[in-house]
Design a protein around this ligand. Structure first.
Ligand code: ZN
Length: 389
């Protein structure tokens, strides 16, 4: 039996041998056959580079922000050009379709050029080599257009942007918003540097939760909720150290509170009353222990906003100190206070706060702008009573 790792190598060697035998019939020369097949095999390297260059040139021409370029054929590493467009960018579906098409199109163009060159040559060995390379280029282009299971598959991404542009753009916006939430979560509770130990120790459990969910490798929403419920139980337990409970309360309030804000504003789905009560309880655990900390005040003000208490939310965020508190936390505080000012009808104050926040949180800024633009301000969140603070 051949091991699964060796199987592709064995298949490639067998294929190359068959190609040499075929080439022998055409060229009637052993060296000619080996040279033609060798040229075809080596051309794979060029076609892979051409494919990624196609994506790269398209990204440049279409002004799509490039975040990573990895081109290293046959090193075992993934070859890719990664772009990170703003979800609200103009004509994004068309630009993304052209970006994903560019790689396979580069291969098709190379295939056509090689085929023309091969057809116009009279030497059998050169013709075979050029036609073989053309076949490899065409195959690479076609294979990349077939929708695969990988999230990086050209075919799969093409199909998504073509068949469901609105949903794909919404998914991109939600992913960017989650990145902003992750940054906020890190600002309210920096994760430990070293390896973490999961279990019933509250600090270890919180660190494990953050490591699992802030890296963007989330398994499912149901897993996230189950994880969060275990943590919330630890925060409420009498045996838990109050400072550890406060850290858990802050992280869960920010993680879920910002999603509830997004759900209400972007998806038009205000959060249920029991969720508001749970958020308020967790925020209170944090605020009760460390009322002076900006992170605790951010969490508590978010709970107040969800509970339709803009005055209380604003009063906690009057004293925002850039340069003293972490920049990410200050930006979030400015934006949450902008939401409170919008709800109170102070639109000029809200605009000034959005400017003070800078552009570091574009998705949350858009959420604030959506609340600001609503006339009159609609009841965005479920009204629910909250425990006295
Ligand atoms: Zn590609």
């Amino acid at each position: 039996m051949i091991s699964s790792r060796r199987r592709p190598v064995a298949a490639s060697v067998l294929l190359a041998l068959e190609a040499v035998v075929f080439a022998l019939f055409v060229t009637e020369s052993v060296t000619g056959a080996i040279a033609a097949v060798g040229f075809t095999c080596l051309s794979v390297w060029v076609h892979v580079v051409l494919h990624e260059c196609g994506h790269l040139v398209a990204a440049k021409l279409l002004r799509l922000p490039i975040v990573a370029v990895r081109i290293a054929p046959f090193t075992g590493r993934r070859n890719e050009v990664v772009v990170r467009p703003a979800p609200s960018a103009t004509a994004l579906p068309l630009r993304m379709v052209l970006f994903y098409l560019a790689g396979p199109v580069a291969n098709m163009c190379a295939a056509a050029a090689l085929a023309v060159a091969g057809a116009s040559t009279s030497t059998p060995m050169t013709r075979l080599a050029l036609l073989g390379a053309a076949l490899v280029a065409a195959l690479l282009g076609v294979l990349n257009l077939i929708p695969g299971t990988s999230p990086r598959s050209d075919g799969r991404n093409l199909l998504r942007w073509l068949s469901a542009p609105t949903a794909t753009r919404a998914g991109l916006r939600a992913a960017h918003y989650q990145e902003e939430i992750n940054r906020t979560v890190r600002a309210v509770s920096p994760p430990p540097g070293g390896p973490v130990r999961d279990g019933e120790d509250p600090r270890g459990a919180l660190a494990a939760f953050q490591q699992r969910w802030s890296t963007g490798r989330a398994q499912s929403a149901a897993d996230l909720v189950a994880d969060a419920e275990r943590l919330a139980a630890l925060a409420r337990a009498d045996t838990t150290d109050p400072v550890a409970a406060a850290a858990i309360g802050q992280v869960l309030t920010v993680q879920f509170g910002l999603w509830y804000l997004y759900g209400a504003v972007v998806n038009g789905a205000p959060v249920e009353r029991r969720e508001v009560l749970e958020i308020a309880e967790l925020a209170q655990i944090a605020f009760h222990v460390q009322p002076h900390l900006m992170s605790a005040r951010v969490a508590m003000s978010l709970a107040h906003l969800l509970n339709h208490r803009p005055e209380q939310a604003r009063s906690l965020l009057v004293d925002i100190r850039p340069g003293v508190d972490p920049p990410d936390l200050c930006d979030i505080a400015f934006l949450l206070r902008a939401v409170a000012e919008c709800q109170l009808g102070n639109h000029a104050d809200a605009d000034a706060l959005v400017r003070a926040a800078g552009g570091g949180y574009p998705q949350l800024t858009e959420v604030v702008a959506a609340i600001r633009a609503a006339h009159p301000t609609p009841p965005l969140f479920a009204v629910a009573p909250m425990a006295a603070t």
